[in-house]
Structures are given as C-alpha cells and as structure tokens.
Design a binder for this molecule. Structure first.
Ligand SMILES: C[S@@+](CC[C@H](N)C(=O)[O-])C[C@H]1O[C@@H](n2cnc3c(N)ncnc32)[C@H](O)[C@@H]1O
Length: 242
C-alpha cells in the first residue's frame, strides 16, 4: 500500500513559530509522506523548478486568474477549497475575497510552502487560510464543508476519478460549485504529457457519473485549458433503481 494512502484526513500542518521565507531563499525540505506517489510535473526536475513553473511570470497571460476566479461568483461568506493547491497560485488570489480558503494538497512540500506564504499575509487575511494535507483518494473535506471547489491543472493526476468525485461531492454543500480547469489534449507548448491529461468529454462524463451537474463548459476562454463549471444538486440524486 502506498505510504501516502495511510495518512489520516484532517492532519493539517500546524502553525510554526518560525517564519519561513519563500523559495529560493530557503527551499522546503524534501517530501517524506508522498514519496511513493508520483509527483506531478509540468516543469522539469526538482521542487524549486516546480515552484518556478507554477509561479512563472508569463502564467498570468494565459491563465487569466481574474477571469477564472470570477466564474466562482460572489465568494463573500463562502468557504472555498483549492484541491491540488500547489504553491497557492489560485488559493492566495481567492483569500481576500472569501470567508475561508482551504489549500489542499497531497505533497507535504507544497503544504509547507503554502504555510510559508500564509505567515506573510496581512494579519486580517491570515485566519482565512488553512492548509490541509489530503490523500490521493480523498480531498479530506468534512461533509458539506466547501461552498466552492477549484481543481486547476490537477484533475489529470487524480486516479479513480469517479470515486474521487463521489467522495468530493460529500464535502460540497448542496448547490455548491466545482470548477475544473485542465490542459486541452493538444500538442501544447506548456503543460504535462498526455498521460496526465483528461479530455473535456471524458471529464464531463466522469462528473455526471459521480452525481455532479455540468453547468457550463468553455474551450475558448483560455488558450491551453478547458473550463468546466459543475454543481452539486440541491437534492440527492436517485438513479431510479430500487
Ligand atoms: C500541476 S500542480 C497544480 C497546482 C495549482 N493548482 C496551480 O494551478 O498552480 C498539481 C498539484 O496537485 C497536487 N496533487 C496531485 N494529485 C493530487 C490529489 N489526488 N489530491 C490533491 N492534490 C493532488 C500535486 O501535489 C500538485 O501540487
């Protein structure tokens, strides 16, 4: 069994008294918990390269974070979960707009990185953010905990996705939103290999199978990625079987 699969949900990285700084001044220690799980890469090589890749200066041009976040609507009084938060590219852009943001990842190095950013947030925002070490098969949300969930450039790394989405569904409040953004299955100058890409059609199918309602899809707004906006039905779905 994978060591990472043994991690219990809800084991958040505790606040540290020290004040870690962002890379590259002080690299985070190497992963321990998630070592047996293949670390997804869009950039090549080590952790510093992954950080540089996720936070690259040109990303704003093609990622259009403001457009993406606007799709979540008014987030005042809302709890947002960012699954596969990585360096917190979206997490920390959402913090000023939401009541609470949970940055979820399976890689302890990114959890430490997120915590290193948290201590640099203005005090009024600090308590709105929580990092959460999750499991590859479980985002570790409490029932109905999140009003909105985003999964950016991470969907293709999740295994047994329908099962994962069914677990995720329980962590979203009825009527809540799920926003998935992932790389199109084309030969792109950026993004992972096809092995870690899921086609838009496939992703839509998986969402419906898991019990989400697909509200909107967009293949054009972003150059390299598709967007799927889905929701958790207000009432539980029945499959008609008895
Ligand atoms: C390519 S990065 C994307 C990071 C961030 N969402 C962004 O857009 O910059 C993928 C992230 O997903 C995390 N990840 C991979 N599988 C995961 C899973 N099953 N559950 C949660 N996080 C996962 C990885 O550790 C990594 O931080």
């Amino acid at each position: 069994m994978l060591a990472a699969a043994l991690i219990a949900c809800g084991r958040n990285t505790p606040d540290t008294a020290e004040t870690p700084s962002l890379l590259p001044e002080r690299p985070a220690p190497a992963a321990t918990v998630s070592e047996p799980v293949p670390i997804p890469k869009t950039g090549e090589g080590n952790f510093e390269n992954l950080v540089a890749d996720y936070e690259s200066k040109d990303r704003g041009i093609w990622q259009k974070p403001e457009l993406v976040i606007s799709l979540l609507g008014d987030l005042t009084d809302k709890t947002v979960a960012d699954i596969g938060a990585g360096t917190g590219y979206f997490t920390f852009r959402i913090v000023p707009r939401a009541e609470k943001v949970i940055g979820i990842d399976i890689d302890e190095r990114f959890i430490r990185f997120l915590d290193s950013v948290k201590v640099r947030l203005p005090v009024r925002y600090r308590d709105r953010f929580e990092s959460r070490l999750a499991r590859p098969d479980d985002p570790c949300l409490a029932p109905d905990e999140a009003d909105a969930v985003i999964i950016v450039n991470t969907y293709g790394y999740i295994r047994q996705r329908v099962k994962y989405l069914q677990t995720l569904l329980k962590g979203i409040a009825p009527g809540g939103t799920l926003l998935i953004i992932d790389f199109k299955k084309n030969n792109l100058p950026i993004g992972p290999s096809d092995e870690f890409k899921v086609s838009l059609v496939q992703a839509e199918k998986e969402l419906e199978e898991a019990g989400f309602t697909v509200e909107k899809i967009d293949k054009e707004a972003l150059d390299y990625q598709y967007i799927i906006l889905a929701s958790k039905p207000l009432k539980p779905q029945h499959d008609g079987s008895r």
